[in-house]
Design a protein around this ligand. Structure first.
Ligand SMILES: Nc1ncnc2c1ncn2[C@@H]1O[C@H](COP(=O)(O)OP(=O)(O)OP(=O)(O)O)[C@@H](O)[C@H]1O
Ligand code: SF4
Ligand SMILES: [Mg+2]
Length: 323
């Protein structure tokens, strides 16, 4: 792996609430190397999407973001509106679960793609159209000219997600953030989009942050995986380390649910106990109310992150014993 292209330090995101703030992200450190495909997994509400949105300066008001996020040498937190809009779609592009919602129903695909390309790459409309055609070809959509003339409702979910990927790569971003890009698609199309992202990452040296609930996808696509729980990173490692030798009791539970390609969120939610209320996350280790190994220390003191081996880290007081 090469240079660090994204460096997050002590990221904290809170949303003001009536009595207590929602602590969506509670001190995350994360690094993404150039060309790496990093998977981000964890139960619903653990802070995956908020972490991703933070990297684009897109956390909705009145969310408060603190810490440091450096993209290709540039600090994002506190950056001006102008530099953030240059960053989005330029250095960092994002695709979402529901491509239909990300597109404007009243404009053709061509208009929307060329608008984005004109912001980041060229002021010439005809050049932008050619860039759009090339991008649609590289996501293997037949008849790009026809696709450009369509409105979003005239395309299938799988075609729309390919358009979103094409739009994302058309401005040659350094980083592609994909937030559950296949969840809304049927299984065959899911597989095709995964292969497409993997091929694009390899052929273009694209760096990818891939958020998913599907461990099968992570195992087949990612170089490294991060597991989040209650706004914190609890374990990182290669898919082999994480799925064959999980050290954190939470990761062990995730792995026991053994989701396969194409199976969704319900697998992760089979873990006994409740996902914590992020207005008042448990003290100490946030997983302690659901952990069979929890002791007095776990209930009081938040565990430090320790390194177990090559790129394998875990935040658990009993890490060595569980490794
Ligand atoms: N705009 C918002 N206002 C208030 N709270 C929010 C907002 N967005 C997210 N949250 C809260 O922040 C926490 C983290 O949410 P996030 O969307 O990052 O979860 P997630 O891990 O992406 O979950 P999922 O797997 O369901 O997509 C949750 O408790 C959520 O309710
Ligand atoms: S720190 Fe304690 S409660 Fe948390 S996962 Fe480890 S053993 Fe369980
Ligand atoms: Mg999410």
């Amino acid at each position: 792996m090469n240079d660090v292209i994204l460096k997050i330090r002590d990221l904290r995101v809170e949303f003001p609430d009536l009595v207590r703030n929602v602590q969506a992200v509670r001190g995350c450190d994360l690094e993404l190397s150039s060309g790496e495909i990093l998977g981000l997994i964890g139960e619903s509400g653990c802070g995956k999407s908020v972490t991703a949105l933070s990297c684009l300066g897109l956390v909705p008001a009145p969310g408060q973001v603190r810490g440091s996020i450096i993209v290709d040498g540039e600090e994002i937190i506190g950056a001006s509106r102008q530099s953030l809009s240059k960053l989005r779609g330029g250095k960092v592009a994002m695709i979402f679960q529901n491509p239909g919602k990300a597109l404007n129903p009243f404009f053709t695909i061509g208009r929307q793609m060329t608008d984005v390309i004109c912001i980041h790459r060229t002021s010439s409309r005809s050049e932008a159209r050619q860039v759009a055609v090339d991008a649609l070809q590289s996501v293997r959509l037949p008849d790009p000219q026809v696709v450009l003339s369509k409105y979003p409702h005239q395309l299938s979910g799988g075609q729309l997600q390919r358009v979103m990927v094409a739009m994302a790569i058309s401005c040659e971003p350094l980083i592609l953030i994909a937030d559950e890009p296949t969840t809304a698609l049927d299984v065959t199309i899911q597989g095709q989009i995964i292969v497409l992202i993997r091929d694009l990452a390899q052929s273009r040296g694209l760096t990818v942050l891939f958020i998913t609930h599907d461990q099968g996808v992570v195992a087949s696509l990612c170089d490294r995986v991060i597991v989040m729980y209650a706004g914190r990173i609890v374990e990182t490692g290669s898919p082999g380390d994480l799925f064959r030798r999980p050290a954190h009791p939470y990761t062990q539970k995730l792995v026991q649910t053994a989701p396969r390609l194409g199976r969704g969120k319900e697998d992760l939610e089979a873990i006994p106990g409740q996902v914590p209320d992020m207005r008042a996350p448990p003290e100490g280790c946030a997983f302690h109310p659901r952990c069979t190994y929890a002791n007095e220390l776990c209930r009081k003191v938040s565990p430090r992150t320790v390194t177990l081996g090559d790129n394998h880290t875990v935040a658990c007081h009993l890490a060595q014993e569980h490794a």
